[in-house]
Design a protein around this ligand. Structure first.
Ligand code: ADP
Ligand code: MG
Length: 263
């Protein structure tokens, strides 16, 4: 008995080494982490520190080299077969020849949902991300922020409890990002999901998270795990409070400490 009932992701001594022509790349080294039901966990660290790799191990898109990882008490493979998670990629990754509703329908079609149920879920998720009325549009008719909301809708459509998001707002300007951060927090509060969110923005990590995982490069390891003391209700101007700035400072210190691993 290692993990309790509400454990969603549990990693112990997790290691992943890529074999490349230039020799082994230690992308993850002895990662220990617990993500619990309802957590909003951000992973922050410089590029190349293994953030995407960690999400891909959870999603069974990469296999660990050693150590242990459970998703809802299952192996990543079992969790993938049970559709335990929705995945939002860095770029919206919508199919240009499909309308927004057809893009969102895709995983539902693959999973064999009846047409009526598909329609219902598309309407619900479009409403959640504030895109009702755009179902017949093609991705190129939408702004970058709207496209990313559509890919969030697609990841939500089959109602997995776990959402994996890899720098979903990284390419957007700050104003749009602020707006989507606020919307995502509301959505998270309303749907009770567990979210693993990759970012390299300190304010974004602090604003969104219940828990911040600070990672360092070469080999990717966790240098600090910060439990947020901010209240659940977070207006954007919470970012100017001393409490917020104190957490941001701790994240920055963790990132700086991690850099000393570099030669
Ligand atoms: P991050 O998302 O934090 O930027 P990644 O998880 O993408 O980092 O990468 C971690 C390290 O593993 C990097 O050094 C990267 O070059 C390397 N890497 C990632 N994917 C592969 C792969 N498929 N083959 C070999 N090396 C890889
Ligand atoms: Mg990445």
């Amino acid at each position: 008995m290692t993990s309790s009932d509400n454990s969603v992701v549990s990693a112990r001594n997790l290691c992943l080494t890529y074999q490349t022509n230039d020799g082994p790349v230690h992308a993850l080294s002895d990662v220990d982490l617990e993500v619990r039901k309802g957590d909003f966990v951000s992973f922050i660290g410089p590029s190349g520190c293994g953030k995407t790799t960690f999400l891909r191990v959870i999603a069974d898109l990469e296999r660990k080299t050693s150590g242990d990882i459970d998703i809802n008490g299952m192996t990543p493979e079992e969790a993938r077969e049970k559709r335990a998670y929705g995945y939002v990629f860095q770029a919206p990754a919508l199919y240009p020849w499909r309308t927004i509703e057809k893009n969102i329908a895709l995983p539902l079609e693959i999973m064999g949902y009846p047409r009526e149920e598909q329609k219902k879920r598309i309407a619900q998720t479009l409403d959640l991300v504030n895109l009702s009325g755009f179902e017949k549009k093609f991705p190129w008719q939408l702004s970058g922020g709207m496209q990313q909301r559509a890919s969030i809708a697609r990841a939500l459509a089959f109602d997995a409890d776990l959402l994996l998001m890899d720098e979903p707002f990284g390419a957007l300007d700050e104003i749009v990002r602020d707006h989507l951060n606020e919307a995502l927090l509301k959505l998270w509060a309303r749907t009770n999901k567990t979210i693993c969110f990759v970012t390299h923005s300190i304010p974004e990590a602090v604003y969104l998270s219940t828990k911040i995982v600070v990672m360092s490069p070469r080999p990717g390891r966790v240098t600090d795990v910060i439990e947020s003391t901010l209240p659940a209700e977070r207006p954007l101007d919470i970012r100017e409070t001393p409490e917020f700035l104190e957490i941001a400072r701790r994240v920055r210190d963790g990132l700086r400490a991690g850099h000393s691993y570099e030669e």
